[in-house]
Design a binder for this molecule. Structure first.
Ligand code: PEP
Ligand code: MN
Length: 297
């Protein structure tokens, strides 16, 4: 893996001193309750695009926990492409997520769209998500600096890795170094998939930054049939985990049903992932040494 180091990247990213890899900090681990993200484990976050009802979120939480997920996702404040689409349940959705955590022990990740909502969201959630459309909402990023919760920072759909790391640096400069980066697909000329999963972003980010990196195969693909294979790809290139959409009845989902897995599909995806995680097991343990900065070209 040291061969990944490209001298150009060092100069390109080293200005983001709080998030760039250094001789003294090659890997940071984000601790969420008893879960370590960026450590030796591969962490799966799963749940519906949006919290829709108590039974929907509780059923999903139980199903994903049983299949091995450690963190429950679900939007209560939804950034939608259309102003006519479901906008989320707001605080009611946060309360339902809390209920699901109490019922299953899963940690929670949910999105904040505005700096005005950060305090209430941080009160309920374990991780605050910044969505692709908000990656450069600097007022939000600065507010997250003092929120006391780890931040899951998604790559903007038209953002370069440099811009992603710049946003991470803004959060860190505002006082919060608990940041997880997320590759969720970028907009390209390709239209067969919703976005183009930039799989190379994972090893590049892991090489230049000490932050954990996860992949969202659901928003990258836009179709559920591609989610398992993209998840395996993420595991093999060294991602620290996944965030993906799962719904009890995807055909009835209020948002992103096409890319949401059913419970059965999710369980199968988790089972099929295992051999790939085993394959990566040794390199996950060795990664801090292997990726020491200043490696060969
Ligand atoms: C989501 O996680 O449901 C979401 C809206 O993701 P993104 O910001 O990556 O589109
Ligand atoms: Mn979604």
């Amino acid at each position: 893996m040291a061969a990944l180091m490209n001298p150009k990247w060092n100069g390109q990213f080293s200005c983001f001193d709080l998030v760039a890899k250094t001789d003294t900090c090659s890997r940071s681990v984000v601790q969420v309750r008893d879960i370590e993200i960026g450590g030796n484990d591969f962490v799966v976050m799963a749940g519906p695009c949006a919290v829709e009802s108590e039974s929907q979120i509780l059923q999903t939480a139980e199903a994903v926990a049983e299949a091995g997920a450690q963190i429950l996702r679900g939007g209560a404040y939804k950034p939608r492409s259309s102003p006519y689409a479901f906008q989320g349940l707001g605080v009611e959705g946060l309360k339902l997520l809390k209920k699901a955590r109490e019922a299953t022990g899963l940690a929670i990740v949910t999105e904040a769209m505005s700096e005005e909502d950060v305090d209430v969201i941080a009160e309920y959630t374990d991780i605050v998500q910044v969505g692709t459309r908000s990656m450069e909402n600097f007022a939000l990023l600065e507010a997250l600096g003092g929120c006391g919760r780890p931040v899951l920072l998604k790559r903007g759909m038209t953002a370069t890795l440099e811009e992603l790391l710049r946003s991470a640096q803004v959060i860190a400069m505002a006082g919060n170094s608990q940041i997880i980066l997320c590759e969720r697909g970028i907009r390209t000329f390709e239209t067969a998939t919703r976005n183009t999963l930039d799989i190379a972003a994972v090893p590049v980010l892991k090489t230049v930054s000490h932050l954990p990196v996860i992949v969202d195969p659901s928003h990258a693909a836009g179709v559920r049939s591609l989610v398992p294979v993209l998840s395996r790809a993420a595991a093999v290139v060294g991602a620290d985990g996944l965030i993906m959409e799962v719904h009890p009845q995807p055909e009835k989902a209020l948002s992103d049903g096409n890319q949401s897995l059913t419970f059965v599909e999710f369980r199968r995806m988790m089972d099929d992932l295992q051999p790939y995680l085993d394959l990566q097991h040794d390199s996950r343990q060795l990664r801090p040494q292997l990726l020491a900065i200043g490696g060969a070209d």
